[in-house]
Ligand binder design. Structure first.
Ligand SMILES: O=C(O)CCC(=O)C(=O)O
Length: 294
């Protein structure tokens, strides 16, 4: 998976170009440096459908948001000085807490880490106008679980239908309120899967899966009766020319993943001892957003 490290350096040095406080473009120098990074990120997105941009978001805002979530979790008796309570099942989060968390995320006090702020960077990357999909920033949250970690077989999906054209329908951004280690509940994605089924016209997420399960790689991934896979390296395979692998969106506060909206993905168990909190936002191209809306 492409990790764009020079991006970190570049963005710290192009405050003239992308201002970290407002994330707007300013027409000064350093354009070449930025262009170099945009080229690297575009190439990763074209090949793999996913790029990790290390240290893009200032950590202070994530820390404020993290403290607000901890406070709420304390009120709901999910978090205390002893740590986090374990989830009842693989993905269980009490409904009342989920509702309160969504309300907190929508409140004016809660920092926006993805949402509108990434719009200009994403537009620059894909060369088209985008519309953040309602409700804008969402908070992906999972409690630690008693159950062991394995790659789920049943909840793989895409968030949008797959359209006929070969250009990207847009990108989804993910970031972190706290570091997420391997097997700590990070979203899993099939790197490369955005390049499949391009010969078809519109397909729903279910139809995408029905077509894909005819291929060995996906037959194994979606098959609930084979022993659950626990080693991501073992998933590496290909369909025709396209190399595929399941990867886990682990990372640190400040990192951002950008993912092609065609990439197949799934929630995953959290076998760590802390909650996983990943703000996310979907940015379809403006005309794709209109089509979904209509
Ligand atoms: O990591 C998760 O909780 C799942 C994310 C997901 O499925 C989505 O954003 O559509």
């Amino acid at each position: 998976m492409a990790v764009i490290q020079p991006f970190d350096f570049a963005f710290q040095n192009v405050t003239a170009l992308i201002c970290p406080s407002c994330w707007r473009r300013c027409e000064l120098d350093s354009r070449l440096l930025l262009m170099e990074n945009l080229h690297q990120i575009r190439s990763a997105l074209r090949q793999k459908g996913i790029a990790k941009l290390e240290g893009l978001v200032a950590p202070e805002q994530a820390q404020i948001a993290h403290s607000m979530v901890l406070e709420l979790a304390e009120e709901h008796s999910l978090y205390s000085a002893e740590g986090w309570v374990k989830a009842p099942g693989k993905f269980g989060v009490p409904k009342t807490f989920r509702k309160a968390l969504n309300k907190l995320n929508r409140s004016n006090e809660f920092p926006e880490l993805v949402g509108d702020r990434l719009t200009s960077i994403i537009e620059e990357l894909i060369g088209a106008r985008v519309t953040p999909l309602p409700p804008g920033q969402q908070l992906l949250f999972s409690l630690p679980s008693h159950e062991g970690w394995s790659i789920p077989s049943d909840v793989w999906h895409t968030d949008l239908p797959k359209f006929a054209e070969r250009t990207t329908p847009g990108l989804q951004a993910f970031t972190f309120l706290d570091d997420v280690e391997p097997q700590g509940g990070a979203t899993l994605v099939v790197e490369g899967s955005h390049r499949l089924l391009s010969e078809h016209s519109v397909l729903s997420s279910k139809q995408v899966k029905d077509h894909l399960r005819q291929e060995g790689f996906f037959a194994r991934l979606f098959h609930s009766e084979t022993p659950a896979m626990t080693d991501l390296a073992e998933t590496a395979g290909r369909v025709g020319e396209v190399e595929l692998k399941v990867i886990e969106l682990t990372g640190c506060v400040g990192d951002v993943y950008l993912m092609d909206l065609r990439l197949l993905h799934t929630p995953a168990p959290n076998s760590s001892n802390k909650a996983r909190m990943m703000p996310t936002c979907r940015f379809p191209r403006a005309e794709v957003a209109e089509r979904i809306d209509g």
